[in-house]
Design a protein around this ligand. Structure first.
Ligand SMILES: [Zn+2]
Length: 248
């Protein structure tokens, strides 16, 4: 009985969330099998928004692209755990039509809006951008929304992994339902450039690394291999680097 009530509750939460996001056409596609578990995502369902009080409140003054904004202090903010396809890369060959769509989506949702920012562990990335989770005034977790709607893919930012499982579930959901960028490719290969692979190995070694590992600097550009998942790397015989430990 308990399990049945729990799945009914989860189903209700998910349906509520989908309705709020305006993608009612997807509801018909839902069956028990592909409902991801959003155990930690009950925020949309309870109207208690007091959790936002713990976060930094600010206003979005500019949207750089789908996953990067500028806030009223003038600081740039990069959303954690997500990556949208390029749209404003100086090398135009890296920009994709979908990158522009993702950027437009973020503009529509965030530009001139009040948002709440949650820090994980790191203050900034190596480019000096603040690394943050973003919430809308109604409590919507925007990092997750981007992925769930298929505008972004999961991208790991160690050690900032607090919501990894939630974002992973959102990505599985988007992929299984052919949402956003996942609808573009027949074979479900995400339209990312090589530079957006999540792990790096070298043709000269058997180790693979997180993108921010200090060992990557010493790997020549021409010797670099990119992997999207840990199993892509291990299937090819690569083992995790001990310094950056890409397994956790
Ligand atoms: Zn490493």
């Amino acid at each position: 009985m308990k399990n049945i009530s729990k799945s009914i509750l989860l189903t209700s939460i998910l349906l509520f969330a989908l309705t709020s996001f305006g993608c009612t056409s997807q509801i018909n596609n839902i069956n028990e099998a592909n409902i991801p578990s959003y155990d930690d995502n009950t925020r949309l369902d309870d109207k208690d928004l007091s959790f936002l009080d713990a976060f930094e409140k600010t206003t979005v003054t500019r949207v750089v692209d789908g996953d990067t904004i500028v806030i009223s202090s003038g600081e740039k903010v990069r959303f954690i755990l997500v990556n949208t396809p390029e749209s404003v890369h100086p090398d135009d060959s890296k920009n994709t039509e979908f990158g522009t769509l993702a950027s437009d989506y973020t503009k529509e949702k965030l530009l001139d809006q009040t948002i709440y920012m949650e820090k994980d562990i790191s203050e900034t990335d190596r480019y000096g951008r603040l690394l943050r989770y973003i919430y809308l005034g109604d409590g919507t977790f925007f990092n997750e929304l981007l992925v769930k709607e298929g505008y972004a893919q999961l991208s790991t930012f160690p050690p900032d992994l607090k919501y990894l499982e939630m974002i992973q579930a959102a990505e599985t959901y988007a992929r299984e339902n052919d949402l956003g960028l996942w609808a573009y490719e027949e074979d479900k290969t995400p339209p990312v450039s090589k530079e957006n692979g999540r792990y790096i190995g070298s043709v000269k070694s058997d180790k693979f690394h997180e993108l921010d590992c200090r060992h990557i600097e010493s790997i020549l550009e021409t010797n670099r291999l990119y992997f999207d998942t840990i199993s892509d790397a291990t299937d090819k015989g690569y083992i995790p680097c001990k310094a950056c430990n890409p397994n956790n």
